[in-house]
Ligand binder design. Structure first.
Ligand SMILES: NC(=O)c1ccc[n+]([C@@H]2O[C@H](COP(=O)([O-])OP(=O)(O)OC[C@H]3O[C@@H](n4cnc5c(N)ncnc54)[C@H](O)[C@@H]3O)[C@@H](O)[C@H]2O)c1
Length: 336
């Protein structure tokens, strides 16, 4: 299947390498709002460069495009790609508001193309095993579910591109950019909140958006917990998701299950050594999760089924994060 890359920044190179590693997938072209950046990337990797998304699809023959532009600029490329007839695989967060995600979903539906979202951490063994344990009800009723997302990012990271750390294009800080992976995982594991109460602050970076966020969550299942997300936790700790039910507990550390205890029995979980990473350095992630999404997107197109993360699925974490921001601004609980 022929892929086109929209955006040629940091993550685009992960897309390029992931596509290369998947049998039956190839990159046929790239495009970027900044032609000089596209030219450099194309030259460096020997990939044809197109001046527009329409040309990438119609002349370059891209059947699926991956979107690696700033988070608040995923909608417009999606609208253009769908209009040109290409399927779309968008980076996380799928967009920075639920309204913009809904427009992506509607445009792809109307054009008859697939829309997939990249939220790769839920595709790793640990979160998948946790999902299975919870779906089978092995922990009983869930009482506590917490996510501790302690990343570190330098001021140089935020200065490295004009869109980083802005409300308009990053859509938020530690919670929307880095935290979205884990907010996605925890809500995928335990379901929607009933309400959230948040406190988002900028403590240690020169940015508009938050670099520290604490939220209390009442889960619809009846339990409660906290979501903490920061980019101030030098040097960056492995993320922990801790879920406690009537019958036992799961501790996820990064993408691996560290402990699984059911009815006082400690279970040993077989899982590959692959980690999600990225908590201390944005480039310290593997391409494995992206490869999963590339394969899944190809299968979705070939078999005319939904990708593993649809627009409806990707909007859940964005709904939760924007509710935390709204609560922090208004000083009140936000109900779902
Ligand atoms: N899945 C993951 O683990 C992961 C990791 C990093 C980034 N991402 C996501 O990938 C996306 C891109 O992040 P990145 O780190 O590659 O960014 P980047 O700044 O390195 O690259 C962004 C690209 O978009 C272009 N661009 C910059 N400003 C633009 C603007 N105003 N309008 C249109 N295009 C613009 C740039 O030329 C560049 O090609 C973001 O949505 C981010 O959240 C995902």
């Amino acid at each position: 299947m022929r892929f086109g890359l929209i955006g040629v920044g940091m993550i685009a190179d992960f897309h390029r390498r992931a596509i290369q590693n998947v049998e039956g997938a190839e990159v046929v072209g790239v495009t970027d709002k900044f032609p000089e950046a596209a030219r450099k990337f194309g030259e460096q990797h020997g990939i044809p460069v197109f001046e527009s998304i329409e040309k990438l699809v119609k002349e370059g023959g891209a059947e699926i495009v991956t979107i690696g532009t700033p988070s608040g600029f995923h909608l417009e490329p999606t609208l253009e790609a769908a209009k040109a007839g290409a399927h779309v695989l968008s980076e996380k967060p799928m967009e920075i508001t639920t309204e913009r995600i809904d427009r992506m979903t509607a445009a792809c539906r109307e054009a008859g193309v697939k829309l997939g979202g990249i939220l790769q951490f839920r595709t790793f063994d640990g979160p998948k095993k946790a999902k299975q344990v919870l779906s089978e009800g092995k922990l009983g009723r869930i009482l506590i579910a917490d996510a501790y997302i302690k990343y570190y990012r330098t001021q140089d990271y935020y200065n490295s591109a004009a869109w980083r750390g802005t409300w308009a294009l990053d859509g938020g800080g530690a919670t929307m950019n880095q935290g979205v992976h884990w907010v996605d995982c925890i809500q995928w594991l335990v379901g929607e909140p009933e309400w959230v109460q948040g406190l988002a602050s900028t403590l240690d970076h020169q940015i508009e958006v938050e670099d520290a966020c604490h939220a209390i969550v009442r889960w619809k299942s009846g339990g409660q917990g906290v979501i903490e997300a920061t980019t101030c936790a030098k040097p960056g700790f492995e993320t922990r998701i801790e879920i406690h039910g009537e019958k036992g507990s799961i501790l996820l550390e990064d993408t691996r299950i560290k402990r699984l205890v059911i009815d006082d029995e400690e279970e040993v979980v077989e899982q590959v050594a692959e980690k999600g990473g990225g908590y201390g350095d944005p480039k310290a992630i593997s391409t494995a999760g992206h490869e999963y999404h590339i394969r899944d997107m190809i299968e979705a197109v070939k078999n005319n089924r939904d990708p593993v993360v649809t627009g409806a699925e990707a909007r859940k974490s964005v709904r939760l994060i924007t509710a935390i921001y709204e609560s922090s601004r208004g000083g009140k609980r936000v109900h779902f």
